[in-house]
Design a protein around this ligand. Structure first.
Ligand code: C2O
Ligand code: CU
Length: 491
């Protein structure tokens, strides 16, 4: 199955080289790519847009043979795409229809901590939770997934996740591909492993330092997907929703494409590249041009020439081989009504003359600064309406990234160097190259409550579940850190 090797930080890891990994040429591409439906919503008496989401158990026919028992949202696997505009009030009526305590977290969303859906907003079996907040951030591709303490990996792996697209007027005025399901496609990319009876193989101990790593690639829950496109330009909203695998996306003919958005929304200008690397939780929107009648495959490649020598090292990505992700076939005639403009959104512009605090975070094993996550310990408080700079370092040889709830941050520099262009926009999750110092600037503008924390953590879900996570609160001017109420999901 693989070779036992000793990682740089003394961690024991299996190099994953199982023969049946679907490296290039082993995927038939005989299933039409599923596109998650847009979630229905209704406007309530107070003008809020209300969505209804039920986490439920079901079965999905991924492949020949028996159907696979799964979890999903309003369906058997994954969930509908939520969509709302800047300035809108939204409410989500969440019902937990599975027999385990779960939660739904709005990854990338700027909102009060009590609405965030982290481990303290746990929803018991048969329980309900209705967070409500105002969308107050630029157009972006966000997503939602469970965040129950210690169980996030399992719940996401079984299928609970979906996209949350935000719109705003500025983005609407651009003539980008924007017709959902036609030239604007969600691409929720995940790896999964199946037992011979088609049940999901959930054994996270197989690769001891990284957790679950699949050998089949699914896009929107479709294995071996193909998609016919009918327009010259197509926008792909790429989301790495895997538990651990890092993808380095590119096309089989190495064609260039325009990256137009990162986690927090549009870049200032399109970034022309032929590869884009995403660690778990990260998103990138890209626009690809097709020629009539052609076929080209989206793949994940083992290394990242387009991203420079400093790109974080890829591990557990299929070894030397490329992985097939999705086949695109262009119709014989393509419409051509959209374009990628030279300027897109606003570059991050935080005022660094006025940094209220600097903090440092060292990720090692399953700990941050020598501490493992404790639901009852709030690690620190930040002051509302201030800007901070966080220096984050991955000090072991393992793959880690760093995600902060509530805010989008700016990558100021990496070991003192300006970040590469693909990290120039707003981010909420960044992959950490070993030993490099990432300085992240962020502004906290949502006063919440001294007792209800936000999370920061590694988004390799096995690491998060194993303790590589901490908690912070956003405090008023003279306020002290509070205490996590006993009942808030600590179990
Ligand atoms: Cu997407 Cu705290 O997570
Ligand atoms: Cu990690």
């Amino acid at each position: 199955l693989g070779a036992l090797v000793l990682g740089g930080g003394g961690t024991v890891a299996y190099l994953y080289s199982q023969a049946k990994i679907n490296t290039v040429g082993q995927v038939d591409f005989d299933n039409a790519l599923a596109v998650p439906p847009l979630a229905e919503s209704a406007i309530d008496g107070n003008g809020a847009r209300v969505f209804r989401l039920e986490v439920q158990a079901g079965e999905r026919q991924f492949k020949d043979g028996p159907a696979t028992p799964t979890w999903g949202v309003n369906g058997a696997y994954l969930g509908p795409t939520l969509r709302a505009s800047r300035g809108e009030e939204v409410a989500v009526a969440v019902h937990n229809g599975i027999d385990e305590t779960t939660s739904l977290h709005w990854h990338g969303m700027h909102l009060p901590a009590a609405q965030d859906g982290g481990p303290h907003q746990a929803v018991e079996p048969d329980g309900d939770w209705t967070p409500q907040w105002t969308i107050n951030q630029p157009a972006a591709t966000l997503w939602y997934h469970p965040h129950p303490h210690g169980q996030t990996g399992k719940h996401v792996y079984r299928g609970v996740a979906g996209m949350f697209i935000l719109d705003d007027d500025q983005a609407d005025e651009l003539n980008l591909p924007a017709e959902y399901g036609v030239d604007d496609l969600p691409m929720i990319v995940q790896d999964r492993r199946f037992h011979d009876d088609n049940t999901l193989d959930e054994d996270a101990s197989f690769i001891s330092s990284i957790g679950i790593l699949g050998d089949e690639i699914l896009v929107n829950g479709t294995m071996g997907p193909y998609r016919e496109v009918t327009t010259r330009l197509v926008r792909l909203r790429l989301l790495n929703a895997s538990n651990a695998r890092v993808f380095n996306f590119g096309f089989s003919d190495d064609r260039g494409f325009d990256m137009i958005a990162s986690d927090g929304g549009l870049l200032a200008a399109p970034f022309r590249t032929d590869r884009i690397q995403l660690s778990p939780g990260e998103r990138a929107e890209i626009v690809v041009a097709f020629a009539p009648g052609e076929t080209v495959d989206l793949r994940s490649y083992p290394n990242s020439p387009g991203l420079g020598a400093d790109a974080p090292q890829l591990r557990f990505n299929g070894g030397e081989d490329s992985l097939d992700v999705c086949r695109f076939t262009a119709a014989a005639e393509l419409t051509d009504e959209t374009e990628v403009p030279d300027t897109l959104g606003e570059a991050p512009d935080l005022d660094l003359d006025d940094v209220a605090a600097e903090r440092s975070f060292e990720l090692l094993g399953f700990e941050i600064n020598g501490e493992s996550m404790d639901m009852n310990r709030i690690d620190f408080g930040v002051r509302v309406d201030t800007t901070e700079v966080w220096e984050v370092v991955n000090v072991d040889g393992d793959t880690h990234n760093f995600h902060v709830h509530d805010v989008q941050f700016q990558v100021l520099d990496i070991d003192g160097q300006a970040p590469p262009e693909y990290l120039s926009g707003w981010k909420d999750t960044v992959q950490l190259a070993t030993s490099k110092r990432y300085r992240l600037a962020m502004r906290f503008s949502e006063y919440t409550d001294p007792n209800v924390p936000y999370m920061y953590h590694c988004h390799i879900l096995f690491h998060e579940d194993s303790g590589l996570m901490g908690q912070f609160v956003v405090l008023g001017e003279d306020e002290a850190i509070g205490r996590v109420p006993e009942s808030t999901g600590a179990h």
